[in-house]
Unconditional design. Structure first.
Length: 125
């Protein structure tokens, strides 16, 4: 695989993650607005959705790359973490907490696993 095929694969995975996360955030914001639920009551649901989004992003990047799924999935998670860090640091003037570092480490592992599975699901033609 050339680098010309690797970076578009990572961008496909990142786009998948962002679409899922933004869609789920919209739905959760509606639920929180129109019901008596609080953020704390749906925190596990939000965390589960984030891990599923990262896994699916890893699968998509691995399937698009067709090889080196571990690297494609991990790169997708690292790029997502970088974007998240930059938004938080530049926009809100705060850095990651130790809890956020653990979450993003989990995202890295889950997306890398998704990349490995994505390579095996893609046709190697």
């Amino acid at each position: 695989m050339t680098y010309r095929g690797f970076f578009p694969a990572v961008l496909v995975g990142l786009t998948t993650v962002l679409v899922i996360v933004l869609s789920f955030s919209f739905v959760i914001s509606l639920v929180l607005s129109f019901t008596s639920f609080t953020e704390q009551s749906v925190s596990w649901l939000i965390l589960t959705a984030a891990f599923i989004a990262m896994f699916l992003g890893g699968v998509m990047s691995g399937a698009k790359a067709k090889e080196r799924g571990l690297m494609a999935g991990a790169s997708t998670a690292l790029l997502f973490s970088l974007i998240t860090f930059l938004i938080q640091f530049l926009g809100y003037d705060s850095s990651f907490t130790s809890e956020q570092y653990m979450y993003h480490g989990g995202y890295l592992l889950v997306a890398a696993l998704g990349g490995i599975i994505g390579v095996n699901l893609s046709s190697n033609k």
